[in-house]
Design a protein around this ligand. Structure first.
Ligand code: NAD
Ligand code: TDX
Length: 333
């Protein structure tokens, strides 16, 4: 493999993956295709060495552009998507377009040029678990998405499965848990909470805060994607998770404590409609078959590094925060 096409490479996880490739596979050329929506930043790729990267500003729904780029690629990693549940509830249309129609165009280009594809998805396609459910999601769990966001990701996964079976497209899928780390958009729980505290404002906990998410550091997501891209079995799905379940209340209190704030220094606000109660994955297939292991196994240490990153990069998040908080105010959260 010499030329990799990464869609959505200017976003949080895509840019981390590009940096991971630059560090671990310096012989590889990466082309990033990104529309630079409110969530994408050209500067997120600033660390990539000269000669490694070609950046193309464009839309995955532009079939002609995709065809041209895929013709020159040996493999595609498809991150591009609309990704925020709250936005999908207030306006689902961009989610259907980017996540469903966009993935359709990626698949058609992969089919036309017989190019290997890895499709990035989420554990949210499986819906939620009970708090005391003894089993976690596996690759065999039924699809039961709850939100417009997760239903469009579920639809994109199903398109990939159909293109594998019907057309023989050489694709794999991964469904990952909640990521955290540097450069995550300030609309998401962890950066929203950290940046509220840095602005001397009270962070917001939805509902009673008992909802559980399974957290993984973004570096560990990137290393897992590389293993699946290079050694995964075609047509297979792999769940990615680091076994780190925390309730939102625990995450909120861990951030408050790490930033020297009182444990009750947050506001409870109305719950997200259709809010998934608990998500957690069993990543045994990835661990046993491909030997993948997460490196960031200490959540408190990862959180402390993430807090330090936001403290040191105020100019990166400040304008986005104002825009995101205006969107939240319009949604009443
Ligand atoms: P993000 O919102 O930070 O970045 C998304 C990127 O995609 C942005 O750079 C944006 O400009 C680009 N994009 C959006 N629509 C596009 C289009 N039509 N054409 C080209 N580019 C477009 O998202 P993220 O958190 O980095 O998520 C990346 C992928 O990982 C998504 O597919 C998401 O569903 C999946 N995922 C995310 C998480 C998480 O916790 N953040 C967990 C599991 C899976
Ligand atoms: O201010 C907040 N307060 C709060 O209590 C925000 C923004 C969120 N929450 C809650 C809602 C969720 O239970 O925190 C939890 C995490 O919320 P998000 O950061 O919005 O993430 P989530 O909805 O779990 O989805 C994330 O993980 C799966 C990503 O945004 C998705 O792209 C990914 O697929």
């Amino acid at each position: 493999m010499r030329n990799l096409l990464v869609t959505g490479g200017a976003g949080f996880i895509g840019s981390n993956f590009v940096q991971w490739v630059a560090e671990h596979e310096p012989g590889l050329h990466v082309t990033v295709l990104d529309k630079l929506t409110y969530a994408g930043r050209r500067e997120n790729l600033a660390g990539a060495p000269d000669g490694l990267l070609t950046f193309v500003e464009g839309d995955i729904c532009d079939g002609v552009l995709l065809d041209e780029l895929v013709a020159r690629a040996d493999a595609i990693v498809h991150f591009a998507a609309e990704t925020h549940n709250d936005n999908s509830i207030s306006d689902p249309a961009p989610f259907v377009r980017a996540n469903v129609e966009g993935t359709f165009h990626v698949l058609e280009a992969a089919r036309a040029h017989d190019v290997r594809l890895h499709h990035i998805s989420t554990d949210e396609v499986f819906g939620d678990l009970a708090l005391d459910d003894p089993v976690r999601f596996t690759e065999e769990s039924p699809y039961r998405p709850s939100s417009p966001y997760s239903s469009t990701k579920a639809a994109s996964d199903l398109l990939v499965r159909a293109w594998v079976r019907t057309y023989g497209v050489r694709a794999t899928i991964s469904n990952c848990t909640n990521n955290y780390g540097p450069r995550q958009h300030v609309e998401k729980l962890i950066p929203r909470t950290i940046t509220a505290l840095l602005c001397n404002e009270r962070p917001k906990l939805y509902g009673d805060g008992r909802n559980v998410r399974d957290w993984i550091h973004v570096d560990d997501h990137s290393s897992a994607v590389w293993e699946i891209l290079t050694r995964g079995r075609i047509g297979e799905t792999y769940l990615i998770g680091a076994g780190c379940e925390k309730s939102n209340r625990e995450v909120m209190q861990a951030i408050l404590s790490a930033m020297g704030c009182p444990g009750d220094g947050f506001d409870r606000v109305s719950d997200r409609p259709g809010h998934d109660l608990r998500s957690a994955v069993d990543a045994s297939k990835l661990r046993c078959e491909l030997g993948w292991e997460p490196m960031h196994t200490d959540f408190s240490a990862g959180l402390a590094e993430t807090i330090a990153w936001y403290r040191d990069h105020e100019s990166w998040w400040r304008p986005d925060r104002e825009a995101a908080e205006r969107r939240y105010a319009a949604q009443g959260s």
